[in-house]
Ligand binder design. Structure first.
Ligand code: EPZ
Length: 436
């Protein structure tokens, strides 16, 4: 399996552009299936999850081509309405295609997505929304069969602001008959980006960026070209990487306003930050000279501190100065990386939903295992603050969401590389250059 090698204790300095957002791209690819025509998405990240979603779209009859970072989707024909189980197992977020297929074809079939290393990850809120809109769903042997006589606009009240369930309800409502009101909606930026794309395509969605979305169903959509925004979680990961190694960097191509709560943590830890929010010229500049201080942080739905940066922050604090604590309120099992960080000398105590971290610098390079996407990225961060070489095995998890974590950090002066590769994991034309 792919390994990443990190030689620690080198300060970083430089400027990089941030890739397109994984968690914005995936629902936007699903949105393209609502339209019997062409959708072109720019700034698409070349990551495993995007290739997986392309595989699903092709399996249901769409034509997809990725040229550089431009993805063209022709969804004129849908040949079948079953989401193949192997894809759902690989990427549970593809379950949002159910609402799309119900809206387009009045039926959908999908394997029940299981849990993963970060939690049980039920889909009860997804199914609640679809049933409220007139869907009959039965489960047989772990397979969901959904049918509708035609989705109807309805009032949906979410008991929890689930990102995926909100996307599911929005996508199902676009072609429904009548008006849908979604209350208790998630407010993550990816929801706003999805709604703006859909409105570009001809949908009628209001209340964007609030927790109450109103969608007036339409009969058809139109060909659209749309730019995917930069990935706020990748930007936050690299911000913490610079803080772990020490130094300074400029990160371009993201919307700083989406990282307010992350900036607060960085400043509390002693980093100097500047940022500009000009369209097309946005950047974040981070500088730090001393070891980052430990702080208290609680993860929560947007605009709170993002759970996806919880393990990168834990890695940073593990190599920091003083004590810190992280409370994880979104996923029930997202402290798995602590065990691997301890192999590098980190002092972390886990008690239920809290991680207490006692900073230790430098850490020591060892061989560790990535177990999930953000946990793997956290191990790279810890390696930057470790004496010697840290070998991260099972780093294919990282490729799910980071287009080229080694190339990006190398551009900032980090000594980090793929063990069995001398180039980025995917070539410009999309061939995979590594064994996953
Ligand atoms: C999205 O997952 C992201 N994935 C996750 O990013 C992110 O961590 C998460 O939102 C929270 O921000 C994508 O966008 C592809 P949720 P999602 O539904 O939609 C519970 C990454 O690293 N819940 O908001 O699955 C659930 O168990 C990934 O990029 C229900 O109880 O997240 C969890 O505790 C990891 N019932 C909480 O809500 C439901 O029907 C948040 O889940 C749905 C969710």
């Amino acid at each position: 399996m792919s390994e990443i090698l990190v030689e620690g204790l080198h300060r970083l300095r430089g400027e990089i552009g941030i890739q397109g957002s994984k968690n914005a791209a995936l629902p936007m690819m699903a949105a393209a299936v609502l339209h019997k025509g062409m959708t072109v998405l720019n700034n698409v990240p070349r990551i495993q999850d995007v290739f997986c979603m392309m595989g699903i779209l092709k399996s249901i009859g769409c034509k997809c081509s990725l040229d550089g970072h431009t993805l063209t989707i022709d969804a004129s024909e849908i040949s079948q309405t079953q989401i193949p189980r192997e894809f759902l197992t690989a990427m549970r977020s593809s379950v949002i295609l159910m609402g799309v297929l119900l809206g387009r074809c009045r039926e959908a079939q999908a394997g029940y997505p299981g849990g993963c290393t970060i939690g049980k990850r039920p889909i009860d809120l997804h199914l609640y929304a679809l049933k409220e809109m007139g869907t009959q769903i039965r489960e047989t042997d772990g397979e969901l069969y959904a049918r509708t006589e035609g989705l109807k606009g309805s009032e949906i009240l979410f008991s929890y602001p689930s990102v995926g369930a909100t996307e599911q309800a929005v996508l199902a409502a676009v072609l429904a008959d009548g008006v849908t009101l979604i209350q208790g909606a998630a407010r993550e930026p990816e929801i706003g980006n999805l709604c703006r794309l859909l409105n570009h395509m001809g949908a009628k969605i209001s209340g964007i960026e609030s927790d109450t979305l109103r969608i007036i169903g339409v009969n058809e959509l139109k060909d659209t070209v749309y730019d995917i925004p930069g990935d706020r979680i990748v930007a936050g990961t690299y911000l913490y990487a610079v803080m772990a190694a020490g130094g300074e960097a400029v990160l371009r191509g993201i919307c700083p306003a989406e990282l307010n709560r992350v900036f607060q943590t960085a400043r509390q830890m002693g980093a100097k930050l500047e940022w500009e929010n000009l369209p097309g010229a946005s950047f974040i500049k981070v500088q730090i000279n001393d070891r980052p201080d430990g702080i208290w942080v609680k993860t929560s739905p947007y605009p709170g501190f993002p759970t996806d940066l919880q393990s990168p922050l834990m890695a940073l604090m593990a190599a920091g100065n003083g004590n810190g604590e992280i409370r994880e309120t979104v996923f029930e099992e997202r402290f798995g990386t602590a065990e691997e960080l301890r192999k590098l000398g980190a002092r972390i105590e886990i008690q239920k939903d809290r991680a207490r971290i006692h900073g230790m610098y430098p850490l020591r390079g060892e061989t560790v295992q990535a177990a999930d996407l953000r946990g793997g990225a956290a191990l790279v961060i810890a390696g930057l603050a470790a004496e010697g070489v840290t070998k991260i095995q099972n780093s294919h998890h990282i490729f799910r969401g980071y287009e080229d974590i080694c190339g990006d950090l190398q551009a900032l002066g980090a000594r980090v590389r793929y063990k069995d590769l001398i180039q980025r994991p995917y070539t410009k034309t999309g061939e995979c250059t590594r064994n996953l």
